[in-house]
Design a protein around this ligand. Sequence first.
Ligand code: ADP
Ligand code: MG
Length: 294
Amino acid sequence: MSDASPSDQSSSVVAFPAPDREAYLRREKPPRVLAVANQKGGVGKTTTAINLGTALAAIGDEVLIIDLDPQGNASTGLGIDRRDRRYSTYDVLVGEATLRQAIVSTAVPRLHLAPSMLDLAGLELEIGQARDRALRLRRALAPLDDSAAGHVNFRYVLVDCPPSLNLLTVNAMAAAHAVLVPLQCEFFALEGLSQLLKTVDTVREQLNPDLTIHGIVLTMYDSRNNLSGQVVADVREFMGRKVYDTIIPRNVRVSEAPSYGKPVLVYDLKCSGSEAYLRLATEIIQREKELCVG
Ligand SMILES: Nc1ncnc2c1ncn2[C@@H]1O[C@H](COP(=O)(O)OP(=O)(O)O)[C@@H](O)[C@H]1O
Ligand SMILES: [Mg+2]
């Protein structure tokens, strides 16, 4: 059977009232997927996923955070009780639930979460032999660009990775458009970065040819500590323009917020940490425009 005739097609386009057509075109854009990754623990991955996500949502975008760490810190930090995690990212990656089924709303408007549970730690044993083991997240994300009625259309998906270059992180990189690397301003900041960059290269060669480094965000900067300034200079020299201008300061409000199940932007909007994450969101939107146009 042949498809609709050209005249049918043009009439259906013309029949769209202008504003609906605008909305329709907007909906068709697939979300941008950023993997927040660094195999070191405690460098600010989860904090960045939560607060960058909150800032992007505050600016007006629909945002999904995917918790890919068995520790579930992003889920807890966003105040999602274990009892409310009906399906987790484990269920999604083993194929027992769709991503849409796992998504829950957070207290922040436009910010959504696919939570994790400890069972995610066993995923590698479970699917380690499957041929598509590295592509599970990419497959799970694919249906998100559908424009079915009532579905949220995400502009950004942030994947909070575990502190390891394991199968979960590889899944995140295989599914992502770009990798966002939080780097703590400490003496060993650059140690391990080349290994991370090598993993990105391998994933690009074998699984995801368009994968790029979105940028490096320096975290926990302490202006009273001379070392912090030296680390910033070293990282900028090594990574050049890939380092965002925004630096996240060490700020006690940032570390207090998760115990209240709140992003710091909700806990204390005016603190230096919140201001920095808002600036980072603006910078990322700007960089996105350059990446998507270029
Ligand atoms: N800018 C910051 N100022 C103060 N504490 C921070 C900041 N960023 C992160 N932290 C704290 O540092 C610890 C590690 O951060 P986290 O985001 O969980 O790292 P990761 O996800 O890389 O393991 C957490 O206790 C967090 O609250
Ligand atoms: Mg974490």
